[in-house]
Design a protein around this ligand. Sequence first.
Ligand code: VGL
Ligand code: ZN
Length: 189
Amino acid sequence: MHRIGPHDALIVVDPQNDFLPGGTLAVAEGNRIFEPINRLMALFPYVVATRDWHPRDHAYFQANGGPWPWHCLARTHGAQFSPLLHSEQIDDVISKGTDPKTDGYSAFAATDLAEKLRQHGIRRVFVTGLATDYCVKATTIDARDAGFDAVVLTDAIAAIDATPGDELRALDEMRASGAQLMKSADVAL
Ligand code: VGL
Ligand code: ZN
């Protein structure tokens, strides 16, 4: 059992309509994250949600020669947080992917997330959200690089798994970065 204390933050990565069933870049099992996340949010002293928040000229859209269909265009319905998320429990929102030239997968890339976490006295982050093989992975590895302890809650994430094996490789890479993997049921006050 892991006890949550004053130096722990919950990071909810990209719980947005476009990444959920019915969205333009839907993660098949995406909705499974909300039950554990909504339960966890009440336990943490500091809760950060990130949002993929792209301009139309983002290089990673297929229309601009990149790999992805349109998703999470800033200020659109698809970029809104899912109505399944208890959004009133969010303390800070971090917009990411705003630079048209870089992937913006990590919530630490060109944002003030590390600074915000330090201002709140955070030493350990618990990472949840979408998608395991892109933004969850990049955010977790960058959290470790920025000097935070990191825990990934494996029942509160879900993968795109475009190439079978991506999900397992992402879990291995996060573990190799020094992150701990555990279940949300192992977290309590
Ligand atoms: C994501 C692909 C493209 C993610 C964002 O949130 O994991 N994946 N943009
Ligand atoms: Zn994106």
